[in-house]
Write a protein that binds this ligand. Structure first.
Ligand code: SAM
Ligand code: SF4
Length: 469
């Protein structure tokens, strides 16, 4: 049994004290921060922590980079183009730094955990003074203090794979929140860099997860999304005494909590027990984000995904039997090394058969240090591009088909936003099974639950009318 290491309270106290000291300096000067976040929900959640710290240190938020005194890029490295984009972004800030020597430019996130990356960036961009990885967010005040004293630092220590509880957070969304239940990943899918940059899988204590959810619910949040690279393996590290299904039960009775979402689910660990929890707990949403990656069993094997096409399909069928209105979304990679035309057609036929509500589709991008990057039979970019386009066209047709079955559907929608179209205000929000619907209504319904009937579909979206608030 492995025990998760927790950052000691005394360490966190020290960081809070530094934040307080900095506040006395930063707030009177009216300093402002700007943060740009790339990548997945994990990064979005990390940025909320960084924002929380920055407010605690006395910064306020700037509307653009030009007006900021601290600019942070929270990076992703799951696919290759992110690095090129980041380099462009950082390079473009040189002039601003020349005009404003006190400006702090920092880079953090997964990409900074890549071997040699921190060094390379510090060398290439002398105007960058702060680099840090995903595991040291709790030390942010100390890092800012060092940089304000004129040093340039990189903190990407892998030995810091531990859990820090009770960090500050600034969440912008008043109705919905991400809640980490675990960090890292042990799955080592052969194409994926995440286990190398986010470290070993470690689950939070169930009581800490619940405490956070209770406090969110008390602040008026009604929808939460439990986050992990593979939520179904929650507790597999032997530190929680609870499986994911048990965790769902344990948090589902928090007062005021109307919707529990979770992502991502790895098919190899989605057990009958989890399916029963989805079916039986009234506030667990009828939506599973279940990354398929490929519809061909040989490719799945080479991807080290540890399930077959048939096993995936049997999960879909079983869940549809237990929960008839369940919707599936997925992630798919085309052009994985060795993917023949036949193997690709297996993915196409699988997408046709399952009928996903939506799919995030990617062309395989070799990531240095992963097993697949060294495989011999890499697929030419032009072939990946063509397959991606064919898959996207198929999924677009399936989305339209899926939408059509909703005509006449009536249900509760959580209003997330509004678009002003000429004289009409269109509200939008999701049914509990993740389907988005647009309907005319007043902006004061924002963040409320209303009942909406679908009247027609419009390519990608559902259109409806409000039945009652
Ligand atoms: N942990 C999640 C899971 O296994 O489902 C996904 C995490 S990953 C950040 C999100 C998606 O990026 C993956 O599901 C996969 O489809 C895609 N992805 C990861 N590595 C990739 C690569 N090297 N090339 C293309 N797509 C990749
Ligand atoms: Fe990457 Fe696989 Fe882990 Fe997801 S489960 S983060 S795809 S290694």
């Amino acid at each position: 049994m492995r025990t998760s290491r927790y950052i000691p309270e005394t360490e966190l106290e020290m960081q809070r004290r530094i934040a307080g000291e900095l506040n006395r300096e930063i707030e009177p000067r009216g300093l402002r921060f700007y943060i740009e976040t790339f990548g997945c929900q994990m990064n979005v959640r990390d940025s909320e922590t960084l924002k929380g710290w920055m407010y605690e240190m006395g910064y306020s938020e700037a509307t653009d980079k030009e007006n900021a005194d601290l600019i942070l890029f929270n990076t992703c490295c799951v696919r290759d183009h992110a690095e090129k984009r980041l380099m462009g972004n950082i390079g473009a800030l040189k002039e601003l730094k020349d005009e404003k020597p006190g400006l702090i430019i920092g880079i953090c996130g997964c990409m900074m955990q890549q071997e040699g990356m921190a060094k390379k960036l510090l060398k290439r961009f002398p105007h960058v003074s702060l680099i840090f990885g995903t595991n040291v967010l709790y030390r942010f005040p100390e890092m800012i203090r060092t940089v304000m004293n004129g040093e340039r630092i990189a903190v990407t220590d892998r030995a810091e794979d531990a859990i820090a509880e009770d960090l500050p957070k600034m969440r912008d969304n008043p109705r919905s929140a991400f809640v980490n239940i675990m960090y890292g990943c042990d799955n080592f899918c052969s194409y994926c860099i995440v286990p190398y940059v986010r470290g070993r899988e470690r689950s939070r204590r169930p009581e800490d997860v619940r405490k956070e959810i209770v406090s969110l619910a008390e602040s008026g949040i009604t929808e939460i999304t439990l986050l992990g690279q593979n939520v179904n393996s929650y507790g597999n590290d032997g530190t929680t005494g609870m499986t994911f299904a048990e965790l769902l039960r344990y948090v589902s009775d928090v007062s005021g909590l109307k919707r529990i979402r979770f992502m991502s689910s790895h098919p190899k660990d989605l057990t009958e027990e989890v399916m029963q929890a989805i079916a039986s707990l009234p506030n667990v949403c009828h939506h599973v984000h279940l990354p398929l990656q490929s519809g061909n069993t040989d490719i799945l094997k080479r991807m080290n995904r540890k399930y077959t096409r048939e096993q995936y399909l049997s999960i879909v069928n079983r869940l549809r039997e237990l929960v008839p209105d369940i919707e599936f979304t997925t992630d798919i990679i085309v052009g994985f090394p060795g993917e023949s035309e036949e193997a690709f057609m297996d993915t196409m036929s699988f997408v046709e058969e399952v009928g996903f509500a939506a799919a995030f589709t990617f062309a395989y991008s070799p990531r240095q240090g992963t097993v697949a990057a060294k495989m011999e039979d890499q697929i030419p970019e032009s072939v990946k591009k063509r397959r991606l386009q064919e898959l996207n066209e198929l999924q677009a047709r399936k989305t339209v088909e899926n939408n059509e079955k909703y005509i006449g559907h009536c249900g509760e929608v959580l209003v997330e936003g509004c678009d002003f179209r000429g004289t009409e205000t269109m509200l939008y929000g999701k049914y509990q099974n993740f389907k988005m619907v647009y309907f005319p209504g007043s902006p004061d319904l924002l963040n409320r639950y209303v009942c909406v009937r679908v009247t027609k579909t419009n390519k990608n979206s559902l259109l409806g009318e409000m039945i009652h608030a």
